[in-house]
Every structure is written in C-alpha cells, then in structure tokens.
Design a protein around this ligand. Structure first.
Ligand code: WQD
Length: 328
C-alpha cells in the first residue's frame, strides 16, 4: 500500500508512519516542519517538504499516486484557537480543503482524518459515543467538525471514501524508543508534568481540584499513541477493502484524573514534581471519556497499550533521553 501522511513528521504522524513501515508499506511524509521534526522522518520514508496551505505543492505531491492519504497536519491547541482563529481557519479549514479537493482532482480515493473529541464540546452523557451532540466549545473543535462535514459532502458528491478518527487524549511514546522528538513548549498535561520532573519547568499548575470527580481534579480518556497509530492502519485497510466511510472514537474508555496522572508520574520518575492547585481553566469539562465500541465493532480496534503506567513510563524515557540538551 502507498500511504501519504500530511503532517507525518509530528508526534502522532511519526508513530503512524512507524506502523505502516513495520509492515513494509510505502510511506510518504509531507510536512512543513513548523512543529514536526526532520529527524522524526524515518530513513525508509519518502519526504516532501511543503505546506498544506500551498495547493499547488499539495497537488504536485498527490499526483505521484497514493492509495490513501492521512491528514495529521492541523494545529491542535484549543486555547490558542480562541485567540488566533485566523491561523486556525487558514490551516485547519482552508489547508484541509486543499487536501480534499486535491485528492478529488488527482484521483486519490481514500482519506483518513485525524479528528478530535473536541467536536463534542461539553459532554451531556458519558461515555461519549459517536451519536453524542456535536457542540464544540472552542474554535479548534469547530475546525475539525467543519472538515468532517466537508468530507461527508465530498463522499456523497465525488465518491471520496473516508474515515474520521476522533482521538481523545493522545499520550505516550513508542515502546521501542524509536521516537525521541519532544514538543516545544507543550500545554498538555503529561508533557508539562514531564518538564517539571526534568527540572525545566518550575511547577505543575493543576487547573481546578473542585470538580465533581473522585479526587476533585479533571478526568480525561488518555489513549497511547501506538494504539492510535494502529487505528490508522486498520482504517486504511478498511477503506482499501471497499468497506465504506466511517466516523469513530479512539479512546481507552478509561478515565484518569490529573491527580492519578501526577501520582503515577511521581512513582515512576521518583521526582517530587512540585504542584500548585489553581483555578479551573475556562472551557474544561470535569470529565471526558470515550465509548470506542464503534471502532471495535467496525475496525476490530482495541486500546492495548494505554495503561497509565505504560503511558507515563514510555514518556518519561523520552524526556530522560533528551535530558542533556533540555538543561542547556
Ligand atoms: C488534560 C487535563 C486539564 C495542563 C486538549 C485539547 C483537545 C485534544 C487533547 C487535540 C485537564 C489538566 C492540563 C496543565 C492541568 N487536543 N491540566 N494543568 O484539555 O483534555 O484536551 O488536548 O485533539 O482538543 O483540548 O488536554 O492535556 O490540556 O488537559 O491541570 O498544565 O489536565 O485541566 O483536566 P485537554 P490537556
């Protein structure tokens, strides 16, 4: 199979590329390296530097002929999307439409979208299944929903078959240590905890410990990035077998609180991880946990690497490996 990953040099993209390379598929990586790393691009992959906002460059690479395109090239910071909506619409909407229309114009028939639980907004019931109302509470979540809706139209009007994978909280690193790139200036909980453990961030600010949860801190569905990556391979096989379009959640179905993540990180890193309990962050739901029954039923997908120990252990190993240059 020939698979082209837009945003393939990023955190998720690199792990997805590894899964396809492990079974000797031909992998193309299209990335502008704005946050992705050239060092993440496996030597066996074909690299194309480019930006999804450059339609001409997108079409030029698509013309090389691909069985499936996977779109992982979106900006993903919910908070930033509320401050810089233009940055998000130009990349996440216009850029994504360049990929969809480019596929139609060059005859690529299968498309996989990296989507997000952010399309749901504040949960009205738990666990969240795919029928849950879609009321995104941030512009980032809206951009993902907007592209899902365009994919629905283009599948009906032009026969583009697609799978949209709604990730919950992606976390962890490759268990064989094949990915060592770190996110710069992360905002997500686990990388922030790791930076405090490494001593490059003074403390962890816990956004609220007065939620209606077991220990008062926010609960999320953390899913290991290798589980997510395997979901992309299953989705590609599903599309190439002509089984039609799908929208599915990818989550571990297990909720973990900030405090549980913190306690496990202290246990595994043996570091104190200084913490301050501060006010809630605007827009944060108390709890967000997936139902992934649909992914299991349609793709045979199951989270198998997503224990909190494995997530923290594999992440800590990468931060320790980077420790030397993190300190300078
Ligand atoms: C997790 C928990 C915070 C940082 C975001 C995006 C979502 C998706 C995943 C792309 C919450 C708490 C966090 C910190 C904290 N991105 N927290 N201190 O908000 O669940 O989801 O990333 O698809 O679209 O919104 O992830 O890691 O920011 O927060 O207390 O310094 O950790 O309140 O309870 P979130 P997160």
């Amino acid at each position: 199979m020939k698979v082209l990953l837009f945003g393939g040099a990023g955190y998720i993209g690199t792990h997805v590329a590894l899964q396809f390379l492990d079974r000797n598929d031909t992998v193309g990586i299209f990335d502008n390296l704005s946050s992705g790393l050239r060092t993440n691009v496996h030597e066996k992959a074909l690299f194309f530097e480019g930006d999804i906002r450059d339609k001409q460059r997108v079409v030029e690479v698509l013309k090389q002929g691909w069985d499936v395109v996977i779109h992982l090239a979106a900006y993903k910071a919910a908070g930033e999307s509320m401050l810089k909506p233009i940055k998000y619409s130009e990349n996440n909407i216009t850029g994504s439409l360049n990929l969809i229309t480019g596929c139609i114009e060059t005859g690529v028939k299968h498309f996989i979208l990296s989507s997000s639980a952010a399309v749901y907004g504040e949960p009205t019931y738990l666990p969240v299944d795919e029928k849950h109302p879609k009321n995104p509470t941030n512009y980032y979540g809206y951009t993902k929903l907007c592209i899902e809706e365009n994919l629905k139209w283009y599948s009906e009007l032009k026969g583009l078959a697609y799978v949209s994978l709604r990730y919950f909280n992606a976390a962890g690193y490759d268990e064989d240590g094949r990915m060592l790139g770190l996110e710069n200036n992360p905002a997500n909980l686990i990388p922030v905890v790791m930076e405090v453990a490494c001593g490059i961030r003074p403390n962890l600010l816990v956004f609220g410990n007065d939620y209606d949860t077991t220990d008062g801190t926010g609960v999320r569905d953390y899913v290991h990035v290798t589980d997510l990556a395997k979901g992309h391979v299953l989705a590609a096989d599903h599309l190439l077998a002509g089984k039609g379009s799908l929208i599915v959640n990818l989550g571990s179905e297990e909720g973990l609180s900030v405090q549980q993540i913190l306690d496990t990180a202290r246990e595994i890193t043996k570091k104190p991880i200084d913490t301050q309990y501060v006010d809630r962050r605007a827009g944060d739901p108390a709890k967000l946990v997936a139902s992934s029954k649909m992914a299991n039923k349609t793709l045979g997908w199951k989270a198998e690497h997503s224990s909190v120990e494995n997530i923290i252990k594999t992440t800590w190993r990468v931060y320790q490996a980077n420790q030397k240059h993190l300190e300078h």
